[in-house]
Design a protein around this ligand. Structure first.
Ligand code: GLC
Ligand code: MG
Length: 559
């Protein structure tokens, strides 16, 4: 028998493959809780309604859900005015309902992300109630931004800061001081230089993490720190940009200040103590150059890509946005997110039906009549945009109802409007209710299956045509396009490599891992390469060409 020789080459010991990082390429479905599903017939969506419909979401093929606020709230801003950060509003259910939701979601392999609203709380939050009852200079007032006014009798606001919802950002209280609110007066801004505020939000993070949530969506992540050094600086009109547009210029007194990052470094340390990995995604309306700062390796994991959302429907614009998004995210070792709609913007099916550059707030003020959207164009482009979005490397955030191709309900009657923007602008801006109309699940019925009775915002007469029931199993429907795309997308997950391919003028063509995507943004048909079989197309393909406003997926011949 040959003597045993000791191997001189070390035997490779297989190291366990690193756990796949679930969020890098996750498809996250945004649930606008009040409008998703109502289980108890009060016309308002609730956690049980959502739990009852989880099978639908799992069947659609999404990986995670982001829930907009369901915390106790007087609802001055659709729940973004929180009066208790560690409970559930009775309208939406109970903490036990939430526990049940987490358990059922996880059993279906769905992750759960919740919204955290740290910039401001509700004026009904015990802290603000206490602040109003306490004298100027008190500890209770220091949790907020209270200042004396200007002018001999202090009757002028401390600075010229403007609210995002219209009007000034300062409101005077009976003892003569003013408090600051970037949004409505019912949403006082918290003072993030106050140690109690910092500590309390860290407790809130732990509270939801301990309940099993997989992550947070950080509301107004770029607004928490303000330059409060006296005298307060005026913005001189530099705060008039629409919601989530980057502030104009640098060194703004309250947007995108460098100090804000300290907060996220501390949060990241907490988040990283949990296993399996949890995440945080920033809602930060800042410039492309500054956005990556929020997703540095020791800060938040992702940031919403509003540049993609706002990008005009042209090949050149989209190519440029995709390039910068990828490059900027790579700088900090992450991947971009891709977003087309959310609860703050006109639904993209309607946007894509309007001429490029339409002022959407003015359009809404005409109840969506001037101009009238070209619905065929909107529909065709929204379908192509879905395939474009879902093919790109990174994480895609879908807004509830886009999988049904829902249009904006632009003609809500004034008495139905709930967005604080409507009142604060003296009834000139209608606000965001038109994208928040409760979902249609069935063709008919009291609220098209949203719940057993009515719905808190009126649904249009034809809403049932868009219902899940009307689209399920119907080839060519939005729902089946999304379902097929999401199933296919899973096959190509894990390989993040991206390369542009040759495309004709007005077209986009790229490869993500083993998937190729081509989109025709021009007005004439473009030739398609013949060799590879088609996996999915957003519209009919004729004579080997790609029709205008159409996208196609093929398997790459060169994986
Ligand atoms: C974010 C939310 C928006 C809300 C605002 C104030 O932009 O998305 O709905 O009104 O913050 O909390
Ligand atoms: Mg309800």
């Amino acid at each position: 028998m040959a003597p045993t020789t000791i191997p001189t080459i070390p035997i490779p010991i297989p190291t366990p493959a690193p756990a796949p990082i679930w969020w890098r390429e996750a498809v996250v479905y945004q649930v606008y809780v009040p409008s998703f599903a109502d289980s108890d017939g009060d016309g308002i969506g609730d956690l049980r309604g959502l739990t009852d419909r989880l099978d639908h979401l799992a069947g659609l093929g999404v990986d995670a859900l982001w829930l907009t606020p369901f915390y106790p709230s007087p609802w001055a801003d659709g729940g973004y005015d929180v009066s208790d950060y560690r409970d559930v509003d009775p309208r939406h259910g109970t903490l036990d309902d939430f526990r049940e939701l987490v358990t059922r979601a996880h059993a279906l392999d769905l992750k759960l992300i919740v919204d955290i609203v740290p910039n401001h709380c509700s004026d009904q939050h015990p802290w603000f109630v206490e602040a109003l009852a306490s004298p100027p200079g008190s500890r209770a007032r220091d949790r907020f931004i209270f200042r004396d006014g200007q002018g001999p009798d202090g009757s002028l606001p401390p600075a010229d800061w403007q609210s995002k919802f219209g009007g000034g950002a300062w409101t005077r209280v009976p003892d003569g001081q003013w408090y600051m609110h970037i949004f409505s007066a019912e949403q006082p801004d918290l003072n993030w230089e106050n140690a109690e505020v910092l500590a309390d939000f860290q407790d809130t993070l732990r509270f939801w993490l301990d309940l099993g949530v997989d992550g947070f969506r950080v509301d107004v992540a770029h607004g928490l720190r303000k330059d409060l050094a006296p005298p307060l600086r005026n913005t001189n009109g530099r705060d008039s940009a629409p919601l989530n547009s980057p502030p104009q210029g640098t060194d703004h007194p309250f947007w995108d200040r460098d100090e804000v990052h300290e907060i996220y470094r501390a949060w990241r340390k907490i988040i990283d103590t949990y296993d399996p990995p949890r995440i945080a995604v920033a809602e930060a309306g800042v410039s492309a150059a500054r956005l990556p700062l929020y997703t540095r390796p020791d800060e938040l994991h992702q940031a919403f890509n509003f540049f993609f959302l706002r990008c005009p429907w042209t090949a050149d614009d989209l190519r440029q946005v995709i390039n910068t998004s990828l490059t900027d995210a790579h700088l900090v070792g992450t991947l971009p997110t891709w977003v087309l709609s959310n609860h703050d913007v006109v639904r993209h099916r309607s946007r894509y039906g309007l001429p490029q550059g339409t002022d959407l707030t003015k359009w809404l003020a005409t109840d969506g009549t001037a101009p009238t959207p070209d619905d065929t164009q909107g529909r065709t482009r929204a379908r192509a945009a879905a395939l474009l979005t879902l093919a790109l490397p990174g994480s895609a955030y879908l807004y509830q109802g886009e999988e049904l191709g829902l249009p904006e309900v632009a003609d809500l009657p004034p008495h139905a409007l709930r967005d604080p923007m409507w009142e604060r602008t003296g009834h000139t801006l209608k606000g965001r209710d038109g994208c928040r109309v409760p979902l249609p699940w069935t063709r008919s019925g009291p609220s098209y299956g949203f719940g057993p009775s009515g719905s808190w915002l009126p649904q249009p007469d034809n809403w049932g045509d868009h219902a899940v029931q009307a689209q399920q199993g119907r080839p060519g429907s939005f729902l089946e396009l999304y379902r097929t795309a999401l199933t296919l997308r899973r096959r190509f997950r894990g390989d993040e490599t991206f390369a542009w391919l040759h495309s004709h003028d007005g077209g986009l063509a790229f490869r993500k891992g083993g998937l190729e995507c081509r989109v025709n943004l021009s007005a004439r048909p473009l030739p398609l390469p013949t060799a590879t079989p088609v996996l999915l197309a957003s519209g009919p393909l004729e004579d080997g060409t790609l029709a205008p406003d159409t996208a196609v997926w093929t398997a790459s011949a060169h994986p």
